[in-house]
Design a protein around this ligand. Structure first.
Ligand SMILES: *Cc1c(COP(=O)(O)O)cnc(C)c1O
Length: 415
């Protein structure tokens, strides 16, 4: 392979045809939306669509209770409510995730404590155990981009220590571990239906729960504590937010849930196809799912082996992009170096030192700072990762061309 054949040097592109595209919303969405409007109410308490979506989610998740809500961030927050998280608690969470995994922690006046994931980007029970203190109330396990985390081992640890377990499945619709759906290992499984996820209602989310009394707590916390689905005896007895899902989202959610299995199995198929075509590609390691997991790839992650390449990660990404491959550097997915965790200001308008820095500085004097050096694997993963996109509408020919382009670029740069 000669370098002048690379597209970045003026050669022909490996990705010869445009990526496959398609329509996410079809006749069923329209039909159910029309029905929702014809109900003459879009409030979940009176309509049938949000309730129907929750019933489908029970079946889907394998959990007995499901609450619909306004976003994945709300779902994680509600999961933390189920786990009993409150002011001053510590919650252990991975740093390679969306802000939505930690917003609920901060809202409750609790403190995120970052665990160092393994080099395959999975959180590990061993590292989580090291971060447990007398203040630890819960663990948030993020199943990243369709790769199931080893949540069975983490669940064992949490149970043994009496700590809550919240699963963030926002990016992992359809992912399974030991044949069991992620989201069904802990106290709460949290899902997002924002526009970037496997299925979408624009915005929206669900939290799947194991315990009936927690179901009432969470349902009420999402609905101004009206105790609406229960006997009414707890009506507005406590403080609560309004995280409700409306009937329009509910109607679209039902239509999307009817096809979620075909969507996620297509992601699985495309991802496996690409991964098998990349076996033996020089200069990179392709991150594999756990042996007992079924992965619903949103992206495939490759990690460059710098000592086997004549160029750096940035150059590899530019060259892959020049070939027409949809990919990017995996370096933005780092909560620790975000301003929120470096400057530690949640409420800038609160004047006192404790107020401004709360909850990072707790009234009892505990002062939490965030240093990337405390999570060395995570730091390293940020330096070497490349994200290759998988989309529902990609064709087998897309995968073939993407694989050919990756082989072309890495063979040219291999030393
Ligand atoms: C998208 C996402 C969220 C937040 O979901 P929203 O619906 O955007 O609030 C939380 N966690 C992870 C891992 C996500 O990818």
């Amino acid at each position: 392979m000669q370098n002048h054949e690379l597209a970045i040097n003026g050669g022909p592109k490996a990705k010869k045809s445009p990526y496959g595209t398609g329509k996410r919303y079809l006749d069923k969405e329209l039909e159910y939306l029309r029905d929702a409007l014809e109900q003459n109410t879009l409030f979940y308490g009176y309509g049938k669509w949000v309730k129907r979506a929750c019933a489908m989610m029970c079946e889907y998740s394998g959990m007995p209770y499901v609450v619909a809500c306004s976003s994945g961030s709300a779902a994680v927050h509600l999961g933390l409510i189920a786990a009993g998280v409150g002011p001053g608690d510590e919650v252990i969470v991975t740093p390679n995730t969306d802000q939505g995994s930690v917003l609920g922690i901060l809202e409750e006046g609790a403190v995120p404590v970052f665990t160092d994931p393994a080099m395959n980007l999975n959180p590990s029970a061993e590292d989580i155990e090291k971060r447990i203190t007398e203040y630890t109330k819960a663990v948030v396990v993020v199943h990243l981009t369709g790769y199931a985390a080893p949540v069975d081992k983490i669940a064992e640890l949490c149970t043994a220590r009496g700590i809550g377990l919240v699963e963030d499945c926002a990016q992992s619709w359809g992912a399974k571990l030991n044949g069991k759906m992620v989201g069904s290992f802990g106290d709460a499984g949290c899902y997002s239906t924002n526009d970037y996820k496997h299925i979408s209602t624009g915005d929206g989310g669900f939290v799947a729960l194991r315990d009936e009394s927690l179901y009432r707590r969470v349902s009420n916390y999402s609905d101004k504590h009206y105790d609406r689905l229960f006997d009414g005896s707890l009506r507005q007895k406590h403080h609560a937010l309004n995280y409700r899902m409306g009937e329009l989202q509910g109607a679209v959610a039902v239509a999307q849930l009817e096809k979620v299995d075909s969507i996620t199995s297509r992601h699985h198929e495309l991802g496996e196809n690409l991964r098998s075509r990349l076996e033996g590609v020089p200069g990179v390691n392709v991150v594999s799912p756990l042996p007992d997991a079924e992965c619903s790839y949103k992206w495939i992650i490759m990690q460059v082996k710098e000592d086997e390449l004549s160029v750096d990660r940035k150059q590899v990404v530019s060259s892959l992009q020049a070939e027409g491959i949809s990919c990017s550097s995996y370096d933005g997915y780092d909560l620790i170096r975000k301003r929120l965790f470096q400057e530690r200001i949640v409420r800038p308008w609160m004047a006192t030192r404790e107020g401004r820095m709360y909850p990072f500085v707790q009234p009892d004097g505990r002062d939490y700072t965030y240093d990337i050096e405390n999570t060395p694997n995570h730091k390293r993963a940020m330096e070497i990762g490349i994200v290759v996109t998988i989309d529902t509408f990609y064709t087998d020919a897309d995968i073939e061309e993407v694989a050919a382009g990756i082989w072309k670029v890495l063979s040219a740069y291999a030393i």
